[in-house]
Write a protein that binds this ligand. Structure first.
Ligand code: HEM
Length: 409
């Protein structure tokens, strides 16, 4: 389904006065097209005639330009080149060797600490895991991990919505301060170390491409948002579902890793972390809709409703609102449908995120006496439009101690 919620202004008189602010206002008057069907969403995301417009991309482009912009904000050939050059960091072999070993070790450590304490905040555990894994990929490994996680958490925490001008100004200044603190404490030491000795990570690659320190900082923040915060939320959501559904949990623990990932993708299909993807149409785009072919006008802002597209029966088969890991889907439709995006911007970290969730939850759900003492509170982040799950408390029988700790020695 495609709907046009605004139409271009009609102009009957010739213009003699060209407004200086017209360009800035353009986005206010260009049509907004909302897409909720799977086929049309895929047509848009795969079209060569669209540009990234989500995550404040158009604002970012105005401030830093598109040349050395973070990969999420690039388009066309430069974007393709950047994706090809960084594909090696996400290759299946690297995920199943280097990252798997790291995820297993980090999960063991987190769960040992939880078992020793008997109580923990699940969203803190998932943050620590997600930050550590993404930091390894990016190359942010020259500062203490827990402090970096805390800094990023503060940076990405949405400011309170209400408040006057003073409160807004305070938030802007605080945001700047937090960004600088991340730069000085985490990014700069990593860049320095890699200028001396390049490694196999994103920062070393960007240095090789002559990115400035500021541009590297922006890319690190993008990975922070795209790779760390998303995975953190997803792990909590999946744990919540599994802890509340004994039969699903039993199946998750009894099966192999491949099926565990299918279960997780089915959870992600129903609960996509990124709920809206946006693109700007450079030209008219022909799309396939439920009611036949349609055309999206040039300059439209296209908003793709991921949650709706993920429940389109054309992609899911019957009963799209049910959690059913056994559903049969059409060929080439992934189990999480659009939750990792589609087309040239499709998430390169999808397999990393699924491994993180599958390995961590497999270890966590085997802890004796594990239960969810307090379910998370749910809110929506206004920038990413994704959900945020906070203050989820899990408890376990502390008397069991850790498998490697004093209680069992
Ligand atoms: C459950 C976890 C995750 C979810 C739901 C997720 C979702 C997404 C989505 C929907 C996009 C596409 C955005 C668009 O088309 O506008 C994306 C892009 C991206 N993701 Fe993920 N992601 C996850 C984990 C990760 C991880 C672990 C990493 C890396 C460590 C990562 C790195 C990226 C990057 C760099 C992009 C930009 C790619 C581009 O624009 O070419 N993501 N992600």
């Amino acid at each position: 389904m495609v709907s046009e919620s605004a139409t271009a202004r009609a102009e009957s008189c010739p213009r003699e006065f060209q407004s200086r602010t017209e360009q800035a206002r353009q986005s206010d008057v260009s049509p907004v097209v909302r897409i909720d069907g799977f086929a049309a969403a895929r047509d848009v995301l795969r079209s060569p005639s669209v540009r990234q417009a989500g995550f404040n991309a158009e604002l970012v482009a105005r401030f830093i330009g598109r040349r050395h912009a973070p990969v999420l904000y690039q388009d066309g050939e430069p974007h393709q080149r950047q994706r090809s050059a960084t594909a090696r960091f996400f290759a299946p072999r690297v995920v199943t060797t280097r990252y798997r070993e790291l995820i297993e070790r980090l999960s063991r450590d987190l769960i040992d600490r939880f078992r020793a304490a008997g109580r923990a905040r699940l969203d803190d555990m998932s943050l620590e895991l997600a930050v550590a894994v993404a930091a390894d990929i990016v190359g942010l490994t020259d500062s203490p991990r827990d402090r970096m996680a805390a800094r990023l958490n503060r940076f990405f925490t949405a400011p309170p919505r209400d408040g006057g001008l003073r409160a807004m100004l305070r938030q802007v200044l605080l945001g700047q301060y937090r960004m600088l603190s991340f730069y000085w404490s985490d990014v700069r030491p990593a860049i320095r170390a890699r200028r001396r000795q390049p490694r196999e990570d994103v920062i070393s690659h960007l240095i090789g491409q002559s990115y400035s320190n500021r541009e590297i900082l922006t890319e690190c923040l993008t990975y922070g948002a795209a790779g760390m915060t998303t995975t953190r939320e997803f792990i909590v959501m999946a744990a919540w579902r599994l802890l509340e559904h004994e039969d699903l949990k039993a199946r998750f623990l009894a099966t192999d890793e491949q099926e565990r990932m299918t279960i997780l993708e089915e959870v992600l299909r129903l609960e996509p972390v990124v709920s809206v993807l946006k693109r700007r149409a450079q030209r008219e785009i022909a799309v396939d809709t439920e009611s036949g072919p349609a055309v999206i006008p040039a300059q439209s802002l296209v908003e793709i409703d991921v949650a709706a597209a993920n429940r389109d029966t054309a992609a899911t088969g019957p009963c799209p609102h049910q959690l059913d890991p056994d559903r049969t889907r059409p060929a080439k439709v992934s189990a999480s449908v659009m939750s990792f995006g589609d087309g040239p911007h499709r998430c390169p970290g999808a397999s990393v995120a699924l491994h993180e969730a599958a390995i961590f939850l497999d270890q966590l759900l085997r802890v004796p006496g594990l239960r969810l003492e307090r379910p998370p509170t749910v809110s929506i982040n206004p920038v990413s439009t994704g959900y945020e799950l906070r203050d989820a408390v899990i408890v376990a029988d502390a008397a069991f101690g850790t498998p490697h700790g004093p209680a069992e020695r």
